[in-house]
Design a protein around this ligand. Structure first.
Ligand code: ZN
Length: 242
């Protein structure tokens, strides 16, 4: 069985030593405020697609501040009509800035991101993260399979945030996350976990989704953070191997 393409392994590495040094230095502190989070994302995007947070430097807490403001705004709309909403976050490597992309409205069960760069800026802008909501009347307090399918195989994306009512979830890729994973392989892995947890059966669905997310984060080297709106954007790392 071939799990990956013929030309690359699960990891493709294209980083200049000086970029690696910047990232190693930047990611050392264990608690990141918002400017730190922004600097890290810009440095990773500048280093090129497929570069993520060094696993041994994953922070304990991150203050998502500006992302929280956007998540809360999207969530207010979702609470009104039950429809998922999403905002992509782009890095502009020329301006060294984070930019909120175009908001989209989905259905009660999903939403598609619009990752398009601003006209004329295609060369410099790429989507490095996304923020989206889940309707509060369905018990999906965590990321679902379609979220991981939109996130993991896309080497430009570094982080994914989700708001479900007052709850917040953040998933961050690290240097041990495969940056060349095929959607087909991922679909099979997700299906295996869904079957193991019997996720179709609605009983204890919230608990099952937490288990599901922990399993995926463990297998793919992702860091999982949880928070709630009262903390103003502060999210804390959750141990996924327990
Ligand atoms: Zn989702």
């Amino acid at each position: 069985m071939t799990l990956v393409g013929p030309d690359h392994g699960m990891y493709t590495s294209k980083i200049r030593p000086q970029d690696q040094q910047v990232i190693d230095d930047l990611t050392q502190p264990p608690n990141w405020d918002y400017p730190q989070w922004r600097r890290v994302l810009i440095a990773l995007a500048t280093a090129g697609n497929g570069n993520f947070v060094p696993a041994h430097h994953r922070p304990e807490t991150i203050n998502l501040q500006v992302w929280e403001t956007e998540a809360a705004a999207l969530n207010r709309e979702t609470l009104k009509d039950g429809l998922e909403r999403a905002t992509p976050i782009l890095v502009d490597t020329e301006k060294k800035a984070l930019i909120g992309g175009k908001r989209t409205v989905g259905t009660h069960g999903g939403v598609v991101f619009d990752k398009t760069p601003q006209p004329g800026k295609e060369q410099f802008q790429r989507c490095i993260g996304t923020i989206h909501t889940h309707p509060f009347d369905i018990a999906t307090p965590m990321m679902g399979g379609s979220d991981y399918l939109a996130f993991l195989p896309d080497a430009s994306q570094i982080a994914m945030m989700m708001a479900w009512g007052g709850f917040r979830v953040l998933v961050v890729k690290t240097s041990v996350t495969p940056n060349n994973i095929s959607s087909d392989l991922l679909k099979r892995r997700l299906a295996a976990y869904e079957e193991e947890l019997d996720i179709i059966d609605n009983e204890n669905i919230g608990k099952k989704y937490i288990e599901y997310n922990k399993m995926i984060c463990t297998e793919f080297g992702l860091v999982l953070y949880l928070g709630d709106e009262k903390q103003g954007g502060l999210v804390k790392r959750i141990e996924v191997t327990k």
